[in-house]
Write a protein that binds this ligand. Structure first.
Ligand code: HEC
Length: 296
């Protein structure tokens, strides 16, 4: 598989490949995409954060893919007892069409189980690390991505605010069973707290463009006006470290990153000057640099 910037191959197809290119599983593209982007809120035959797939297919049966696409891109507000579904506008239409096909297929002959809490906690499917999954996490928007890294490290990346939120490894930190309001049970090791991360971001709304997976590690693609950012999250060489590799395009001046944080982890950078939690980078340095978050 070639590494072209094609969200379909990269978001979905990549999950099929093990290092060395072996085919890992024979799930359909639609199932894989559903398990990455929808399973946090939608179960097959019981109501959860959102309606079940059985309910979904009543509203959007086979052949109604246009209306399904329209909803997923720009969800409305229907059920007053449910939260609003976050928009999935970063997913290409063919991926959402694959999901719709999967929804039609997997619900065939199924009826919705009555009641809401039949289901015993959210069981992550067994997967090879690293991987990403959309999940509910505290202090981040509902459109957040959980990054599971090798070495018992987890990170939260918010696709609405377009920013890295925090890192944790202690399982007490976040209850990921899906029950109840997401909240911290223990403080995360590292959490960014500045209202705005980038000096050029004040008052500018970021635009999330999607992400691709490179050997399972996510690289996020977003923009502030003319400035385009790629941020890849990977393990560092030292155990317990997380690297954030940045590439900025369109920077015309020096920039400052406000890395004010809480927690016990340390942050360092391979470029610029880091003082009082602020990283100052020249225009040239901003083009490519890496932040290192290390555990004590
Ligand atoms: C963060 C939670 C969340 C995620 C993730 C999520 N949804 Fe939803 N979804 C909801 C909620 C909540 C509702 C009900 C909203 C309402 O009724 O106002 C909903 C409703 C729906 C509906 C029913 C719309 C209708 O007209 O009744 C469809 C279809 C749907 N989602 C598709 C998807 C697909 C496809 C994905 C994955 C690409 C997805 N959702 C991911 C929370 C989510």
């Amino acid at each position: 598989m070639t590494m072209v910037w094609n969200p379909r191959t990269l978001l979905v197809g990549a999950a099929l490949l093990l290092p060395g290119g072996a085919i890992a599983e024979t799930k359909s593209a639609g199932q894989l995409a559903y398990e990455t982007h929808c399973v946090a809120c939608h179960m097959v035959d019981s109501r959860w954060v959102g309606p079940s797939l059985v309910k979904m297919v009543e509203t959007y049966p086979d052949g109604e893919v246009e209306a399904f696409l329209a909803w997923v891109k720009n969800p409305g507000k229907k059920d007053p007892k449910m939260i609003q579904m976050p928009a999935m506008s970063h997913l290409p239409e063919d991926v959402v069409t694959d999901i719709h096909n999967y929804v039609v297929q997997v619900t065939e002959g199924k009826v919705e189980k009555r009641g809401r809490h039949h289901f015993k906690g959210f069981k992550e499917p067994e997967r090879k690390l690293p991987y990403v999954v959309r999940s509910f996490m505290p202090h981040s928007s509902p459109a957040s991505i959980l990054i599971k890294l090798p070495g018992d490290l987890n990170a939260c990346w918010d696709t609405e605010a377009c920013r890295f939120r925090y890192v944790w490894s202690d399982e007490k930190t976040i209850n990921t069973s899906g029950r109840g309001e997401p909240k911290f049970g223990a403080p995360p090791q590292y959490r960014e707290t500045a209202p705005s991360l980038w000096s050029f971001a004040d008052g500018v709304k970021p635009q999330f463009k999607g992400y691709r997976l490179i050997e399972g590690y996510p690289e996020f693609d977003y923009a502030y006006g003319a400035i385009q950012i790629r941020e890849k999250v990977v393990n560092g060489a030292e155990p317990g470290t997380v690297l954030r590799q940045f590439n900025l395009l369109g920077v015309t001046d020096g920039i400052v990153m406000d890395l004010t944080d809480e927690g016990v982890a340390m942050i360092s950078a391979d470029a610029g000057r880091l003082a009082d939690g602020k990283l100052t980078l020249t225009r040239e340095e901003a083009a490519s640099f890496t932040l290192n978050i290390s555990q004590p």
